[in-house]
Design a protein. Structure first.
Length: 178
């Protein structure tokens, strides 16, 4: 079971005063199949600049990989060890499209890791716990807790070669494709 984060969201009351509108574990937790990564959606924006009006949950929808056009998404992902995740990725690629954008983003040519994919976004990734390899078409780097990766619309994959889950926080911002 993932460590689902507490999500505290602020807003404004009818007099314009600041208030807390949400203080609970995020209800937006997605896993495409057993053994795959667990995605915990925290917030998203739909425009730049972002619109802070209203108190509705901005992410009350199903999972989708890329951020909204001209928007952003903030999420936490638990990556299980590759010995579990690679089996799930193989099954997902063989199955029907779930509409999340994952299959459209997947790079079916890259045999080094089944998780290779590409989105038109700038992604800020912060490793919170554990360790994980960031793989590019050419090369890889080991990231540990506290490390940050700025992923700029590149074809990439994440490989957890340990026996423990790795937790990574992401902010994805829509970008023009390369």
């Amino acid at each position: 079971m993932p460590r689902v984060p507490r999500r505290v969201v602020t807003g404004h009351n009818s007099e314009g005063k600041s208030i807390f509108i949400t203080d609970a574990a995020t209800p937006h937790v997605f896993q495409r199949s057993p053994g795959s990564a667990i995605v915990m959606e925290l917030w998203e924006t739909h425009s730049t600049p972002a619109d802070n009006r209203g108190n509705d949950d901005a992410i009350a929808h199903g999972f989708r990989l890329p951020p909204p056009k001209n928007g952003s998404v903030f999420r936490l992902i638990e990556y299980p060890p590759d010995k579990e995740r690679l089996k799930a990725l193989a099954a997902e690629r063989a199955g029907p499209d779930d509409g999340s954008g994952w299959l459209q983003a997947a790079d079916r040519r890259e045999a080094r890791h089944l998780g290779f994919h590409k989105t038109s976004s700038v992604d800020y990734a912060i490793v919170l716990s554990g360790e994980i390899y960031a793989l590019m078409d050419e090369g890889e780097v080991l990231l540990k807790a506290g490390d940050v990766l700025i992923q700029r619309g590149t074809n990439h994959a994440w490989s957890n070669r340990t026996n423990e889950p790795c937790y990574v926080a992401f902010v994805l911002i829509d970008a023009d494709p390369v």
